[in-house]
Design a protein around this ligand. Structure first.
Ligand SMILES: [Zn+2]
Length: 371
């Protein structure tokens, strides 16, 4: 009898422990994915080598992205106009034609919001940001589009509206911002979506190859007083190095950081190419962004100047090895926490990763030096 009681007690204790474990596991999952996201956890492909908690791909590359617990929207003023539902195609074509940047950056926003004015249904259409185009210009653009499509002039109403630049991280917040600010597309937790999108285009062998190369160069002998900071720019379409540069700053020229040197070299090469290329070749192969969709590998997290230069050059991906906790502009905890590569207020974004493996190492430098 005594033994039976003991056994029953043991089973009860085990059951309670098991139950607690299950509850805490569910609690952790709820905390991490947001309570509306339980369904999406079951959709995570099991062949992906991703550490979801620490945002690490292939155990070596940590994706740099903001924490997902922001509950307030980063608002911006955008132009909107009122149209009849049957004119939505005209606006869709206008946006594709004139405001493609806006489409790419704000994929999470719906283009139209249904409204009722004097018992008539209209659509509010989201156009572009108020900073890049003024009221007269946007009115003229919309007016022209409607005239060209319908052949008639009509009264146009243009207004300013707030829109959220950041994506809500769970379904309830999505619903709240959609009803209070502007309708937002919901395809599941945006952090998981972004992580998967990024992972699909990740070529780990190439990244390791270039990380190895920059660490070898940084660790080889340099001239006295030269910083062991190395950057390479790669065109991933052809897997070819376009530029390799060291930091060559001097008191006379303090901005010759390795990234700036690479961009300068690429610009000079492009100038030469344009001088010698025939007119037809120039038209066929030139674009307005020198480093469009390039991958950049650098030994040390870049400073604000270099990060902005990468953004203006429209690179696709940055991989660095050492944090610049005081002077960097990419890491979540670095410098002023700008995370320039994902800044909502700029017109381009790029992927950023920190190499966290222990196979390759970059030399340490003074943490107050901007690189
Ligand atoms: Zn720099």
């Amino acid at each position: 009898m005594f033994g039976l009681c003991n056994t029953t007690e043991k089973y009860t204790k085990n059951f309670i422990t098991l139950q607690r474990c299950m509850i805490s596991t569910i609690y952790v999952l709820l905390e991490y994915y947001g309570h509306s996201e339980m369904q999406s956890t079951s959709q995570i492909p099991n062949n992906y080598d991703i550490d979801y908690e620490n945002l690490i791909f292939y155990k070596n590359f940590q994706r740099i992205q903001p924490s997902q617990n922001q509950t307030t929207p980063n608002l911006a003023k955008y132009w909107i106009t009122y149209i009849k539902p049957q004119d939505s195609n005209i606006i869709n074509n206008l946006i594709k034609d004139k405001f493609k940047d806006r489409c790419d950056l704000l994929k999470h926003l719906k283009t139209f919001m249904k409204v009722k004015v004097d018992d008539t249904i209209y659509l509010k259409a989201l156009l572009c940001d108020c900073e890049s185009v003024n009221y007269t210009e946007i009115k003229e653009i919309v007016s022209q589009a409607l005239i060209e499509s319908k052949g008639i002039t009509q009264k146009i109403k243009i207004e300013k509206a707030d829109i959220p630049l950041n994506k809500p991280f769970d379904k309830d917040l999505n619903k709240k911002w959609s009803s209070e600010i502007w309708p937002i597309v919901w395809k599941g937790n945006p952090m998981i979506q972004e992580l998967h999108e990024s992972y699909k285009s990740f070529k780990v062998e190439n990244d390791l190859k270039y990380i190895k190369l920059i660490t070898e160069l940084a660790n080889s002998k340099h001239e006295d007083n030269q910083l062991p900071v190395v950057t390479i720019f790669v065109d991933p379409k052809i897997d070819r190095i376009i530029s390799t540069q060291l930091d060559t700053r001097s008191p006379q020229n303090p901005i010759k950081h390795s990234i700036m040197n690479c961009i300068e070299e690429i610009a000079e090469n492009e100038c030469c190419r344009r001088k010698t290329a025939s007119e037809e070749d120039s038209k066929a192969s030139s674009n307005n962004y020198l480093c469009l969709n390039y991958h950049v590998y650098t030994t040390h997290e870049p400073c604000t100047m270099c990060s902005m230069a990468l953004l203006h050059s429209r690179i696709d991906k940055l991989v660095y090895i050492k944090d610049s906790t005081i002077t960097g502009s990419i890491g979540r905890e670095s410098g002023n926490g700008y995370m320039i590569h994902l800044s909502c207020s700029l017109n381009w974004k790029f992927e950023s990763f920190k190499y966290i493996g222990d196979q390759y190492n970059a030399p340490s430098i003074d943490e107050y030096i901007e690189v």
